[in-house]
Design a protein around this ligand. Structure first.
Ligand code: 2BA
Length: 106
């Protein structure tokens, strides 16, 4: 058994959840916050048998797209001129695949 942790953009989360559910996979969605942009993203927890890992990774890849976001850097508030927005490329999905020692449901 593996635990797949995928951090995706909020915009893709509904589509991805639908696609996973349609494939009869079990998922948990967590509301999360990116440390760098300090804005919302969505973290999926997906527990699967090893033979399904690649299928799940394909579904994630197909339903999440990379986008550019504008970020306002924190300037000194005493500055007369605020810093201009900076463009940040946010990936479609950041994925971790972890071994699971035990899986129990009570
Ligand atoms: P954020 O931390 O909000 O980062 C958003 C995007 O900002 C990142 O996209 C990256 O392009 C850029 N970025 C992040 N830290 C940076 C830095 N110190 N300097 C310059 N640019 C930086 P992604 O790499 O696609 O990451 C998207 C989201 O996935 C992240 O949101 C974070 O929530 C999560 N993530 C990415 N790598 C992670 C990791 N190693 N561990 C845990 N979460 C991770």
């Amino acid at each position: 058994v593996k635990l797949i942790i995928a951090v995706v953009q909020d915009k893709d989360s509904h589509r991805l959840a639908q696609a996973l559910i349609e494939e009869e996979l079990r998922v948990t969605k967590l509301a999360s916050t990116g440390g760098f942009l300090k804005s919302g993203n969505t973290t999926f927890l997906i527990g699967v048998d090893d033979e399904h890992v690649n299928r799940v990774l394909n579904i994630i890849q197909h339903n999440c797209q990379s986008r550019k976001r504008l970020m306002l850097p924190m300037g000194d508030s005493a500055d007369a001129y605020p810093s201009p927005p900076v463009e940040v490329q946010v990936g479609g999905a950041t994925v971790f695949v972890l071994p699971v020692e035990r899986f129990e449901q009570y």
